[in-house]
Ligand binder design. Structure first.
Ligand code: SAH
Ligand code: SF4
Ligand code: F3S
Length: 446
């Protein structure tokens, strides 16, 4: 028998990178690669990287430095560790990565993962400097994930749409993930059924602009995300459906209505707004105003009054004044987010905003970010506190922090933990909420 080949894949960045990392492991399994939990134990290490902010991209190089020491020690023992860089840094920097860190054997962009088994075989045979960052015409999803599938928890990701045509002035995603593409309905349904047959009860549909989904339906016509969700809701055993990330301009009436009509569709919406200032939104090329965004929120709340709203914010976009930042604070206060992500603007090479005048000083951005995050943290704590004493459902996904505990999620995506029978793992249980902190709830199974 051939010697076991050990693979370690690490994902950075967004959920799609986690999903893709699982697909890479699935694609390499038929070639004899089995997953291990640490780079020290691996013959091949793949870093699935993120380029969204400078810090995210730089993480890759510090990790490569660490891997270099492991690889050198291995070499001294007469062994070999191969290293591959995948994901958005791979797409953005290509061959430059191997120039900066010669340890790297192969570089592969997000649209070329089906080429991975071949690239790895060539690297094993001694090829150096392999770079694959084309956007091939074929559908990578037709070629990866055919082999034995990795074990999964009860909640799984499923990519339905990839890429972005929106070109927000600050963002690298349209360059690293390419143009917007939707997977056909039949393929999404087949993958969802397969997941459910292996114990998955919750599916998070993924896309950089997931609500712009327009995959080909069985009738040969483009289906909206709402129609896709309706079809998924017909799969027996699929208790929960979620989707992320959405753009305000694609929040169509049928999708909003789905939140009222489809019980499996969870009451949670991640809808990034970035700024509350119309001038900044325009400069960001967001193509909507603060009022447009608030109107969407109002409609969503009319359809599903208990919905948990989440968002993304950028502070310190070039030219942002104190008054414009205060408009962002006001918008956040107006919405009352259950949860949100906020970032300091990070200039990304090749994006229009990187060269824009009026770059904001680091200290100013830090101060604005702290004020916004204080507001968002208070609202998150208030959202969590409001549910204390009530009954709800939790999908238990994993062992909890303490022995005898299980951890899971409420319909509103709040983390929850409870003393619970391990038999409840992978099941939706009825609970009473007995306590709330900013980041999680304590619940009792009833
Ligand atoms: N629609 C995408 C958004 C990806 S980026 C999705 O599928 O998730 C996630 C968030 O990162 C954005 O909403 C934005 O708030 C933030 N972001 C993107 N580019 C950034 C930059 N250059 N600097 C700071 N934050 C950025
Ligand atoms: Fe980036 Fe804007 Fe596209 Fe989101 S919509 S991925 S922020 S360009
Ligand atoms: Fe990062 Fe690429 Fe996702 S830049 S956020 S890994 S799409």
């Amino acid at each position: 028998m051939a010697e076991a080949k050990r693979l370690y894949v690490r994902a950075y960045g967004c959920q799609m990178n986690v999903y893709d990392a699982e697909r890479m492991a699935d694609a390499l399994a038929p070639e004899g690669w089995t997953s291990v939990d640490a780079p020290e134990d691996a013959d091949l290490v793949l870093l699935n990287t993120c380029h969204i902010r400078e810090k995210a991209a730089e993480k890759v190089y510090s990790e490569l430095g660490r891997l270099k020491r492991i690889a050198d020690a291995r070499k001294a023992d007469g062994g070999r560790m191969m290293v591959g860089v995948a994901g958005c840094v791979a797409q953005a920097e290509g061959a430059e990565i191997a120039r900066r860190q010669p340890l790297v054997d192969l570089v592969v962009g997000p649209q070329a993962y089906h080429r991975l088994p071949d690239l790895v075989a060539r690297a094993e045979a001694g090829a150096r400097g392999l770079v694959e960052t084309e956007f091939p015409a074929e559908d990578k999803f037709d070629h990866i994930g055919r082999g034995p599938k990795a074990r999964r928890g009860p909640a799984a990701f499923l990519t339905v749409q990839e890429g972005c045509d929106k070109f927000c002035a600050f963002c690298v995603v349209p360059y690293t993930r390419g143009a917007e593409v939707s997977r056909p309905v039949a393929k999404v349904l087949a993958e969802a059924r397969d997941l459910v047959s292996r114990g998955v009860v919750e599916i998070m549909l993924l896309g950089q602009n997931v609500n712009a989904y327009h995959g080909e339906g069985p009738d040969g016509r483009p289906w909206s995300l709402a129609r896709l969700i309706e079809a998924l809701a017909g799969i027996e055993g699929l208790a929960r459906i979620r989707y992320t990330t959405s753009h305000p301009n694609d929040m169509t009436d049928d999708l909003i209505a789905a939140h009222a009509e489809i019980p499996q569709l969870m009451p949670y919406l991640h809808l990034p707004v970035q700024s509350g200032s119309d001038r900044v939104l325009k400069a960001m090329n967001r193509r909507h105003t603060a009022a447009d965004y608030l109107r969407v929120i109002e409609k969503v709340r009319a359809a599903r009054p208990d919905i948990a709203l989440s968002g993304d914010f950028i502070v310190g976009f070039p030219g942002e004044t104190e008054a414009e930042f205060e408009a962002t604070l006001a918008l956040a206060a107006d919405v009352g987010y259950a949860h949100a992500f906020s970032f300091k603007y990070s200039p990304r090479p090749g994006t229009p905003a990187a060269d824009a005048p009026g770059q904001i000083a680091e200290a100013v951005m830090a101060e604005r970010l702290a004020r916004l995050q204080e507001r968002l943290a208070d609202d998150q704590a208030a959202f969590n506190a409001a549910i204390v004493g009530r009954e709800t459902d939790v999908l238990f996904e994993k062992p909890g922090r303490e022995p005898g505990q299980l951890g899971g999620r409420t319909p509103w995506l709040q983390a929850a933990h409870a003393e619970a029978d391990p038999a409840l793992l992978g099941r939706v249980a009825r609970v009473r909420v007995v306590g709330a902190g900013r980041n999680s709830l304590s619940v009792q199974v009833i």
